[in-house]
Design a protein around this ligand. Structure first.
Ligand code: NI
Length: 175
């Protein structure tokens, strides 16, 4: 297992639409294990494969207690409802936080690492994590979902200042 480097905003890997996982090969299992290590090293709640430069439809999500982690392969949101605005961050945009509108709850179908189909229901923060990671699989970042004025302000700040060195102190909600 290994800690992988997380791609930052500006890296083209974050903008590609990821391809489906055709089979859970030993390579895919290794990527999953490394992604879990990386997520915990970065104190994130979730991590999508494109964030570590792997263009596959694959995400890992911390469990509610922050102890275990679950890998979801080829996830699809099948149902969603409600609407909630809350602050969001991303490991690929260290130190950047902004309120994002998301569905309040989601239902998701995916495969687990054993190839079994699983259905996951989530609400609140967990539902937010799933939607955020799903976006990564489509090359979408949370700042794309902000109003243009806020988004441009953030982009200008990143261009001018880069990412804050002390961002780690504020990573609690980074996905
Ligand atoms: Ni993210």
């Amino acid at each position: 297992m290994a800690i992988l480097s997380v791609r930052k905003y500006g890296d083209p890997a974050l903008r590609r639409r990821a391809a489906p996982v055709e089979a859970v090969t030993p390579d895919v299992r290794k990527i999953i294990a490394d992604m879990v290590d990386t997520m915990y090293d970065e104190v994130g709640l979730g991590l999508a494969a494109p964030q570590v430069g792997v263009s596959l439809r694959l995400m890992v999500v911390a469990d509610e207690e922050g102890r275990g982690a679950r890998a979801l392969i080829n996830p699809v949101i099948t149902e969603q409802g409600g609407e909630i605005v809350a602050e969001e961050g991303c490991l690929s945009l260290p130190g950047v936080f902004a309120p994002v509108k998301r569905a309040e709850w989601v239902r998701l179908d995916a495969q687990d690492p054993d190839g079994k189909t699983v259905t996951v229901n989530a609400r609140g923060l967990r539902a937010r994590v799933f939607q955020h990671e799903m976006d990564h699989l489509d090359g979408v970042l949370f700042i794309d979902r902000l109003d243009p004025v806020t988004r441009d302000r953030i982009k200008r700040r990143i261009k001018k200042e880069g990412f804050a060195e002390d961002a780690a102190a504020h990573r609690a909600f980074a996905l």
